[in-house]
Design a protein around this ligand. Structure first.
Ligand code: NAP
Length: 237
């Protein structure tokens, strides 16, 4: 039996195990492994006989120095969401970026507002560069942020045709939160598309506010499925 799984700090929101189990892979299981820290990551891989795993919030960047190798795309992004294990050797990959790219319908937007500066935001930024879409990260701490270009939430101006939420704000169980209050920003911000990477709940408060303004919305479910398929391919399933 081959063993796969997802590591992250809190995994109550995750659909990854259900998604894996609907595939009917032979002799393969997928577990959810909540970890308070990445201390002991290698012991976990060895003791559990893990063949590959996905990485989620908040470990996509922190895991890099713990790996034996990182592929070129993940190295350029600076974040890993998929790890393959071959004879005890851990190699990092990024399937979030191609998954976002494949699911970013109508990528003709001129300028994107990218909320967050973590692992997912960096993968989205990589995909946007490939698509030729200009973007700016939005951070709570723009002066400290290493992701560039970056502005603070109080510096948001009207020119953005798409808003992408790559923060966990609004995710289960904290479903009445939103990273930006679109209703109060409408006097100067009216995007054509709000793409929220969150998929649980399927409609976030940010998406509800956008819909009330007549803005098209998309949640993170397609991206989740796509990044999972790409991970399974990397693992040879
Ligand atoms: P992460 O590495 O921890 O980064 C999250 C970023 O969001 C942080 O860097 C932070 O940026 C910002 N942030 C965190 N808490 C915040 C708060 N309370 N208010 C405002 N901003 C906050 O997490 P991640 O792995 O990038 O994941 C981010 C979200 O994307 C999660 O909800 C995750 O489930 C989702 N995601 C979905 C998919 C999918 O396939 N659908 C794939 C990847 C990720 P600043 O400190 O700069 O503000």
């Amino acid at each position: 039996m081959k063993k796969y799984g997802l590591i992250g700090r809190k995994l109550g929101h995750s659909l990854s195990q259900e998604l894996f189990e609907t595939q009917g892979f032979k002799d393969a299981s997928y577990g959810l492994y909540e970890m308070e820290s990445l201390d002991g990551l290698r012991q976990w891989v060895e003791q559990e006989h893990i063949n590959g795993f996905n990485v989620t919030i908040p470990y996509k960047q922190e895991i890099l120095p713990l790996l034996d190798a990182v592929d070129d795309m993940a190295a350029e992004i600076g974040a890993v969401n998929c790890v393959s294990v071959e004879e005890g050797r851990l190699t990092g990959h990024n399937t979030d970026a191609p998954a976002f790219k494949a699911t970013f319908v109508e990528p003709f937007h001129e300028k994107a507002l990218l909320l967050g500066t973590g692992g997912a935001a960096r993968a989205v930024a990589y995909a946007l560069r490939q698509l030729g879409v200009d973007y700016v990260f939005v951070s709570r701490h723009p002066k400290r942020a290493t992701a560039k270009p970056v502005i603070g939430y109080d510096e948001i101006t009207p020119q953005y045709s798409v808003i992408i939420n790559a923060t966990p704000v609004g995710m289960y169980p904290d479903i009445e939160s939103t990273p930006i209050n679109l209703s109060s920003l409408t006097s100067h911000l009216s995007p054509c598309l709000v793409y929220d990477l969150i998929y649980n709940p399927s409609t976030t408060l940010l998406m509800r506010q956008a819909e009330a303004l007549g803005t098209r919305v998309k949640n993170g479910l397609d991206m989740l499925c796509r990044q999972a398929e790409l991970s399974w391919r990397i693992w040879g399933l």
